[in-house]
Design a protein around this ligand. Sequence first.
Ligand code: RFL
Ligand code: PHB
Length: 391
Amino acid sequence: MRTQIGIVGAGPAGLLLSHLLHLQGIESVIIESRSRKYIEERIRAGVLEQGTVDMLVETGVGERLKREGLVHHGIELRFNRRGHRIDMYELTGGKAITIYAQHEVVKDLVNARLTAGGQIFFEAADVSVDGFNGTTPSIRFSADGKPRELTCDFIAGCDGFHGVCRPSIPSGVLTVFDRTYPFAWLGILAQAPPSSQELVYAYHERGFALLSMRSTEIGRLYVQVPPDEDIKNWPDEKIWRELQLRFAVDGDWKLTEGPILQKGITPMRSFVAEPMQYGKLYLAGDAAHIVPATGAKGLNLAAADVRLLAQAFADFYSAGGTRLLDQYSERCLRRVWKAQRFSWWMTTMLHRFEADSPFDQRRQIAELDYLTGSRAAMTSLAENYVGLPWD
Ligand code: RFL
Ligand code: PHB
């Protein structure tokens, strides 16, 4: 088999790249290790930046997103038993975020690719990448028990943090920048109408909590837990009890409970591998970088990467230019590092750290107090949260 761009991974990065390439008349094939059902049901991100939404709508995959997505103009920061609204729409001159689950984006993109005749190999086993340091990049895998080889002009490594592409780059090429945090998030999906119309980020002496949602009937909530926590230690009643404590406010606000449909623990990590390219292998999305979820940036960064990668391939095939391909890593990393900074800042401001001293706690409260009282500081948060300009 032969194609122009061989893509490893059918997450948001791989699927969106394949879709953008198709619109430019460039062929691609996607190799995915999981089943279609699995990737279309995997619960992950929920917040889309304004620019991500615009890109999906402008490229013809935003119909359902426009119909079903929940547009939010603000978020709430909650501490010392009080809520403070940040009016992102007003502070950014009319930008918003949209709540629309990552697996819904994935469904829309899979559907668009298959309808347009795109090729996706699901449940591929033994995937490996080769030849990208020379002239004949290839992806080997087996599908339906048969070994296969896909040769291509370039490989896009969109296979997430635990994929095979990044580790296939010879040692010594990449520099890794890494930070782990001394906590994780326990996340639930609950059959309970969200108790607030907008997201609530809560700082509490017992730890961080986040109220988000997937629809007007389904809530998505998170609590900060120790990094190596076992989900068995968290029966449903304990989760609700902890959420009630961390979201408590003076006044008559109430956190509505309901059956828990799904629960899981997610580690918090910052990670960047530089450069995001080696030979004819280009990394995009979580394969190259991870952010802690507090800034809601991971999926949006994946979209920003593949936007630049698709532009660079389009320039190469239409004009033979390699300038955009050569600049790919550097252009991506400027945005990646700004998102790293924002995600780290939100994380350190809102979580309790093991080694926190009373000084640190007072300082965190002072930071939140300053932030929610200063138009300049709120504007800074708002413009990062809705998404910085593309270039
Ligand atoms: P993905 O989504 O991990 O997709 C990679 C795909 O590659 C496949 N794969 C392979 N395929 C072939 N061969 C191999 N050897 C392979 N190894 C892996 C995998 O099966 C998968 O289908 O990476 P991608 O496309 O870069 O997308 C990144 C996002 O998924 C990620 O950044 C976000 O989910 C992060 N994130 C959030 N991002 C946001 O922008 N806003 C949010 O609100 C937000 N909330 C979150 C999040 C991530 C979370 N978790 C569970 C990590 C909340 C949570 C809880
Ligand atoms: C989510 O809805 O899953 C979500 C929202 C905001 C975040 C992280 C996750 O910062």
